[in-house]
Design a protein around this ligand. Sequence first.
Ligand code: SF4
Ligand code: SF4
Length: 112
Amino acid sequence: MTYVVTENCIKCKYTDCVEVCPVDCFYEGDNMLVIHPDECIDCGVCEPECPADAIKPDTEPGLEKWLGVNAEYAKSWPNITQKKDSPADAKEHDGEDGKFEKYFSSKPGAGD
Ligand code: SF4
Ligand code: SF4
């Protein structure tokens, strides 16, 4: 089992989650983060820290697509362990539908 970052992180990217992860398994893309499924120890402490409610346990149904996104991009995006400022328009995009189709970017973020 692992926890996964899902759609509502896109363009919100508050990064509160990275500070609490005991094994530093978050990786930064251009406009979202992902969790490395082989590094996550399933502690669950990041889930309630996410203001966008974007982190879910993979035991929830319907997360296959997001498991794939997390597993694929955790291999190439840089590690992030420290909180940074969220995008200025993060609030406007919180809860928006269809974010993956509209905004997903496979480009890496800056990392720490
Ligand atoms: S706290 Fe939530 S919205 Fe922010 S980066 Fe982490 S998963 Fe994404
Ligand atoms: S569940 Fe624990 S180990 Fe996994 S990403 Fe969240 S804080 Fe890190």
